[in-house]
Design a binder for this molecule. Structure first.
Ligand code: PMV
Length: 373
């Protein structure tokens, strides 16, 4: 197991996060010409997948996810009066090719936030998890950027917002960088996408899912690394495969129905059905990629073996575990806290040999973003 506890993590509960937020909101002294904000934001794992988009990063279907506890990006943004160069971006202290994407992101934001063109931006970003660990780093990165930019926007415009409105705005700004990032600005579970079954839902930003059953607030996620190679297909190219996909309409119906049912299960648990739905979502995501034109096979032999072993273990022991995946070969093994010891034993004895250098990350549901300064 990779001990990502060694990476300094700084989390607070939702309550203390809110208190921290309030405290800082009132104590900020503003020098707009040299303003600095800093946020830490988690990555998230989707249980119902966002796959396919329309217009400006709007989803074809609703998705449902939870934020992770240990996998975070921390970003500090300083703004200064406009210099020749608009963006200085450093990742873990080094120049990075990701700067190009951040520059495009500022272009997108400037359509809405006209003050962006008056400033130069100094971004310093770092992750609390290893590179290429099979964790969506764009979700935590753009989540932290969305929070920083919403924060700056409030300071520059003097706009008043309560915590909820602030997070909605941060979610909307995060979405413009990476769709799934809009779900990362919340603790626990988040819903993104318009649905008549979810009050107040919209395609523009995600919502925090509250009042879930206690058992789900302790969900654990072992990220099993099968390959840390770069993705074979970018996520934009992946979403584009849905534009003319033969199964597009049926997929939209399926995702809507899975999202609504899973949302209800979060309030009234039925573990068997819960894992049926999330596995159906993960396998559908890959089936859609395999049946696209052009087609992509991202699963590896080890991915299939592990899925099979997880199902066998569940059947043999009655312990409630299941899997999900992103658009890659790595497996997120989900289980409940009360089974942690047994599940860790299972990973060590049955799955470890199938993993890249035996690597896996021990993560779980987290408490959401933290303002750092
Ligand atoms: O946010 P993007 O464009 O990287 O897309 C993420 C897509 C999936 O991870 C496969 C599913 C999801 O909902 O997170």
């Amino acid at each position: 197991m990779i001990n990502i506890d060694n990476y300094k993590t700084k989390l607070t509960s939702l309550l203390s996060f809110r208190m921290l937020f309030e405290k800082n909101r009132s104590s900020v002294s503003m020098n707009i010409d040299n303003l600095k904000v800093s946020w830490e934001c988690p990555s998230n794992i989707a249980l119902v997948k966002y796959w396919g988009k329309k217009e400006e990063q709007l989803p074809l279907n609703p998705s449902l996810s939870f934020s992770l506890k240990k996998a975070h990006t921390r970003t500090t943004v300083t703004i200064k009066p406009r210099e020749m160069k608009r963006l200085n971006f450093r990742f873990e202290g080094e120049e990075s090719s990701f700067a190009h994407r951040v520059d495009q992101y500022l272009d997108k934001l400037s359509i809405d936030l006209s003050w962006i063109n008056d400033y130069s931006f100094y971004f310093e970003s770092e992750n609390t998890f290893p590179h290429s660990a099979g964790i969506a780093s764009s979700a935590s990165a753009f989540g932290s950027f969305g929070l920083c930019m919403a924060d700056i926007n409030h300071k520059i415009t003097g706009k008043k917002a309560d915590n909820e409105q602030f997070l909605h705005e941060a979610s909307r700004l995060a979405r413009l960088g990476s769709g799934s990032a809009c779900r990362s600005v919340y603790p626990g579970f988040a819903w993104w996408g318009k649905s008549s079954a979810y009050k107040g839902s919209t395609d523009c930003f995600a919502l925090h899912v509250n009042k879930i059953h206690d058992i789900y607030s302790d969900m654990c996620d072992a990220v099993l690394i099968i390959s840390s190679d770069r993705k074979k297909i970018s996520s934009s190219a992946g979403h584009a495969l849905m534009n003319d996909h033969l199964y597009r309409e049926i997929r939209i119906r399926q995702a809507n129905s899975n999202a609504i049912e899973l949302y209800q299960l979060l309030k009234a648990p039925d573990h068997q059905r819960f894992f049926e739905i999330i596995e159906n979502e993960a396998l559908t995501l890959h089936a859609l990629m395999m049946s696209s034109m052009p087609s992509f096979i991202l699963l590896k032999e080890e991915s299939l073996k592990i899925m099979d072993k997880i199902r066998m273990y569940r059947e043999d022991t009655g312990i409630q575990i299941g899997f999900t995946m992103d658009a890659g070969p790595n497996i997120h093994l989900l289980y409940f806290r009360e089974d942690q010891r047994k599940v860790h034993q299972f990973i060590e004895s049955e799955l470890k040999d199938l993993l890249e250098e035996g690597k896996w990350l021990d993560d779980r549901i987290g408490e959401g973003p933290v303002r750092l300064i």
